[in-house]
Write a protein that binds this ligand. Structure first.
Ligand code: FRU
Length: 484
């Protein structure tokens, strides 16, 4: 009933109906929706001196994804976000049950947007996913192209979505699309080409699952990085293998070479998980004006029912991370350098023995650890809600890093070979934790739900040669509160 009234009021231009959003789990410095539901980040771009981030948004409730709109926010520094009006509504025949994911290309001072229009029919026999073009000249108002859809792809239905397009050598546009083939049993990425953004031709299969990499590949991204090409995508249906692929869905990358003559991609690595935590999906990257390849992910996972749902919002984004490739052909993720500008005073800095503990202010902090890599190390984040405590451990003998939470969250683990010292950088927010190991070759992203103030404690038989805890200033806030 409430949803119906909200839809009516919104339709009558009485503005959006915000559920009351509570502060306890609302991020202090990660972008979250002003209310309602957020999933994939979309259209990450740099336009007229500001970063824009769109996202899959259901303004009517935080309980379900509903019919996706494109939510919209902008920022000068990737941390202080201004919420803008909804950018794209599901109001055309070709997108009426969802303005699904896509990206933005800034070209000649205009934002070009290509997204997927989702059309579900009752019972589903004729579900279709169309690709649609839209434009914005002011970074606020979006106009859909009258000739939409630009790609119908009848033979590739019903799962063909999440375009990522770019311009090559000032003359040709390319686009990757996620698809499912062989009766929806195998995932793949298709490559399309265009001279004018309106007429597209399918030109190759960029990569496909041999059966072991899932039945559908969502949110593909394809970009040049440090002399290689990286294909990143979010496969559904990959079976767990030991410590790997333990989430419901994954986000993976593969590094290789791409030839613009043959339009073929030759992988030179295996498919690897981008992040080893429990909540990381549907990445979106962009190249900014300084030539940095920056990435956001949805900091959540389909089918996890996170308690924030009952606080009036669902979903946040991860920290913006800068990508590079190291000499071992590993993807490196570092918190962008702007992350250091939001650090405030130091709560602790120095050597620390087992049981040294520090209570955080406002449940937001950055923690750094330097320790001997030949000894085990344990770090604990705790609050009154014991089932949410997070234990991060390093086992020097097996070279494993684990992140453990009681209850439904469970344990995630991967191998990590520290090059010098054991070095961890941890960004903690009111309901999230991001661990960067070494230079960023291993990361974990987990949501967690403490009760009351958080304390960080050096664990059993552990010794930190340096333990630093910085407070973090709020850069975002629940809509009713002012940002200082
Ligand atoms: C990934 C995804 C995309 C789709 C969008 C719908 O999380 O399923 O494939 O475009 O979410 O909201």
């Amino acid at each position: 009933m409430k949803t119906v009234i909200c839809i009516l009021l919104t339709a009558l231009s009485f503005g959006s109906c915000y559920e009351t959003v509570k502060d306890r789990y609302y991020p202090r410095y990660h972008l979250a929706p002003p209310n309602g539901w957020m999933n994939d980040p979309n259209g990450f771009s740099y336009f007229q001196g500001e970063y824009h981030l769109f996202y899959q948004y259901n303004p009517f409730t935080s309980q379900s994804a509903g019919i996706a709109h494109w939510g919209h926010a902008k920022s000068v520094d990737l941390f202080h976000w201004i919420h803008l009006p909804i950018a794209i509504y599901p109001d055309k025949a070709y997108d009426r049950t969802g303005v699904f994911s896509g990206n933005v290309l800034v070209d000649n001072g205009t934002m070009y947007i290509i997204y997927t229009g989702n059309v579900n029919t009752p019972g589903g026999p004729n579900n279709m996913q169309y690709q649609a073009l839209a434009m914005s000249t002011d970074g606020l108002h979006v106009e859909k192209y009258a000739g939409n859809p630009i790609i119908e792809a009848k033979s590739h239905q019903p799962n063909i979505r999440d375009p990522k397009f770019w311009k090559h050598e000032d003359e040709t546009y390319y686009m990757v699309l996620g698809n499912s083939f062989n009766n929806n049993t195998q995932g793949r990425v298709l490559l399309y080409e265009s001279k004018n953004l309106k007429n597209w031709k399918e030109v190759s299969v960029l990569a496909e699952s041999d059966g072991s990499m899932g039945y559908m590949w969502e949110c593909p991204d394809f970009f040049e990085l440090d002399g290689y090409h990286v294909l990143m995508m979010s496969p559904q249906g990959v079976a767990p293998q030991g410590d790997k692929f333990k989430n419901l869905y994954q986000t993976v990358y593969v590094i290789g070479h791409f030839d613009y003559e043959t339009l073929l991609f030759t992988p030179i690595t295996e498919y690897r998980e981008v992040d080893h935590g429990r909540h990381f999906y549907a990445t979106q990257t962009t190249l900014d004006s300084r030539g940095r390849r920056l990435m956001f992910a949805w900091f959540d996972m389909w089918e996890d029912v996170l308690p924030e749902r009952n606080d009036g919002f669902t979903g946040t984004t991860t920290l913006p991370r800068q990508l590079s490739i190291n000499s071992d052909l590993k993807l490196i993720q570092k918190p962008v350098e702007e992350s250091y500008k939001i650090l405030s005073y130091r709560l602790y800095n120095g050597k620390a023995r087992s049981r040294t503990s520090v209570q955080l202010d406002d449940n937001a902090a950055m923690v750094e650890i330097f320790a001997d890599k030949f000894r085990d190390f344990e770090l604990i984040f705790e609050s009154k809600n014991k089932t949410s405590d997070v234990i991060i451990s390093y086992y020097s003998e097996t070279k494993h890093v684990t992140i453990y939470q009681d209850g439904f969250q469970g344990m995630r683990r991967t191998e990590w070979y520290p090059k010098g010292k054991l070095y961890w950088m941890i960004f903690l927010d009111a309901s999230s934790i991001e661990l960067f190991c070494g230079e960023g070759e291993v990361t974990f992203s987990n949501r967690y739900f403490p009760e009351g103030p958080i304390t960080v404690r050096i664990g059993h038989s552990s010794y930190a040669e340096r333990f630093t805890v910085y407070s973090i200033n709020r850069t975002v806030n629940v809509p009713s509160m002012k940002i200082s």
